[in-house]
Design a protein around this ligand. Sequence first.
Ligand code: AMP
Length: 401
Amino acid sequence: MKILVINCGSSSIKYELFNMEEHTVLTSGVLERIGESNSKLKHKWRTVGSRLDEKIYEQKIKDHQQAFDLIHRAMRESKVMKDLSELAAVGHRVVHGGEAFKQPALIDDTVLEGVRKVTPLAPLHNPANLTGIEIAMKIMPNIPHVAVFDTAFHQTIPEYAFRYALPEDLYQSHGVRRYGFHGTSHYYVAKQAAHHLNESLHSLNLITLHLGNGASAAAIRQGECMDTSMGLTPLEGLIMGTRSGDIDPAIPFYLAKQTHLSFADIDNLLNKQSGLKGICGYNDMREIHLQAQNGNSSAQLAIEMYCYRIKKYLGAYCAVLGRVDAIVFTAGIGENADFIREKVCDGLDGLGICLDTEKNQWLGSDCTDISTAGSPVKILVVPTDEEWEIAQQTLSLVVSG
Ligand code: AMP
């Protein structure tokens, strides 16, 4: 059974085609710079003997329709499928599902309307997700399309944790509350952690740390999310590549008064010029590490601040959960940066979090336990795979009808 997963952004489209029985990727690709003169599609596919082939298409792609046409062509040329009717379903990543979508949804007009309704909450992402869905449904009209929401997993967060201390009307009339993001990743790594620990997810309390370019933490009690660090938007919480994470909410007003920056400027400042980039000028953790090792004090401070913020969330979520069975590190930084994991866990023995520094440096490619043998709280590194999770959720919805 084949399932295609599509992640359609405003200027890029990522896709992966899975063979569900074998858990293999048959084709994957990234098309970048839609709307620019130097658009580029990197298309990969598995050939006989499981070799991975790659072809780069470089041409001007003026819009998403042309982008989908090119991806369709690349799929035909690489002969991964005889035709699109071989697909069992298509899973679409949708960033914001608001309160309406607590589960994946089989896409019909009502679902499209529901996604449209919450667009003001994700003005950069949902319109692109919708465009992708609409074009894909036109190209593949007889195949079920499923929307899988980044926010869905966090819909179990109780009201006392998702509400802001603001007038109630802002919540009732404008939906101002914590939604959280990266839900598909948090859920996937939580399940993988449970599998690794040979326990049911419903018997475990976990803190999952998705540390990529965007970063968020989640407190998960017996399989249900209790709290997460991102809020109404993905700006809140941990320090990220270019996003500030938590700041005093009065800072934008202070800046507006002192510098006469416009709201748009401040929005750009907090989302694109802050975080690690704001502190030291770099947003790539590999570069920051190199700089720090070479004595760059801003880079050293960036790492210090980054880990301190994660530590604060770990402490808070230990209190939220009462008992923690495992902490899970995932995504680009979480999976690869041993120095970050070491710094985050340093001095947390009192909370039962004891890192084995040797295991921390030598990881396998799968889920790895990097805590000491006697550590009351397990520390795991789990590679995330949001596309596979979307494919699985799509499959179960289609199979269950
Ligand atoms: P993601 O958004 O999950 O792709 O993660 C991107 C982040 O992971 C970037 O900050 C990268 O610098 C970081 N990253 C990837 N590989 C490594 C590595 N080996 N060491 C440190 N950071 C890494």
